[in-house]
Design a binder for this molecule. Sequence first.
Ligand code: ZN
Ligand code: ZN
Length: 357
Amino acid sequence: MDHQLRRKRLAARLPDLGLDALLVTRRPNVRYLTGFTGSNGQVLLTAETTVFLTDGRYIEQARHEVPDLERTICEDGFPDAVASGCGDLDATAVGFESAGLSYQQWHDLSDRAPRLELAPVGDEVEQLRWVKDPEELAMLERAQAATDQAFEEILERLAVGVTEREISMELEQALRAAGADGIAFAPIVAFGENAAEPHHDPNHRGLDEGDIVKLDFGALVGGYHADMTRTVSFGEPAAEIRRIYDVVRRAQRAGIDAVHPGASGGDVDRAARTVIEEAGYGERYTHGLGHGVGLEIHEGPQLRKDGPDVLPPGAVVTVEPGIYVPGLGGVRIEDMVEVAEGGCRPLPAATKDLVVL
Ligand code: ZN
Ligand code: ZN
C-alpha cells in the first residue's frame, strides 16, 4: 500500500499541531506508516522527510519492508538517535505519542535532547487509521472469510463432554487451516452458565445437552483482525434463552440499521440499547456496542453510550450487543460492518438465526 500517501496525510497535520516533527512509536502506527512488521521500530516525520529507526536485529527486515525510507540503526535505544535526528532536521517542536512512550523513555528523551520542546500528541495516526483503504478492506475480508469457515467447522465438533478449552484450541486450528496467519485474540468459548461472563476464559467445563454456546473469535490476516461472536444452542435451550436471543438479535439489527456515515457512536449505541432496555434487560447489558477494528483488535471509532466519535465512510466497526444473566447464561451476536454510503455493509456470511444443534 501507499505508505507514502499515509505519511503525507500525517505530515499535513503538523502545522495545526504546531510541530516541526512527530515521533511515532506505537507499533500498529509504525506499521501503518511504513509497512514494518518487526517488534522495534520508530518513525520520525517532518513535513519534508521521514526517518525510520530500528535496531541491529532488524537491519535486513527493514531493508525489505521499508526500502523507501532513510534507515537509522540504533545500538543504544532510540532517544539518542531521535535527539541527533532532530538536530539534523532542524526540528525543535517535536511531538511524541502520549500512548506510545513509557515514562522511562520520555525521561531518557528529555535527558538526551534538552533543547527539544517535547509535546504529547493524542490519536493523530489512529484517526487516519479509522478509514480503511481498499487494501486494508481486502485483508479484513480475508480474515472474515477464514472466521466464517472456522465457525462452520467448529459446529461439527460440539458434542457431549467436549470442553471449552478443547473447542478453543480447535477453533485456533480451524482458523489457521482456513488461511489465517494466526488468531486475532485467544478465542472466547463459554458453555451454559459461563456464557453469563462477557469475556469468559475457557476452562475444563464439559458441554451438556441444553447448553448455550458462546463463541467470540477471529482470524489474523496480514496484520488485520477479524472479530465475530456467534451464540448457538446445543440441544433445545431454556425458554428464557430463546427470549434473550430474540432480543439481542433485534438489538443487533437496530444497531446495524443505525450505522451510516455521520452517525455518532453514541447514536448507534442508543439504537441497540433501547431495544434491550425496552425488553427489560438493560441492567444485563454491561458493555458498549462496538469498536473499530483493523491493525488492532480494539481501535476507534468507538460505539458506546454517549460516545462522541463520528463514523466516516470506510470505517470498519463491530456491532455486538449482549445480554448476560448470572446462573443462566448469555447471548452476544457480533458482526464487523463497513460504514458505507447510505448505511453499512456487514462482512460476515455466517447465519445469525439461532442454530439449535
Ligand atoms: Zn468479539
Ligand atoms: Zn469485538
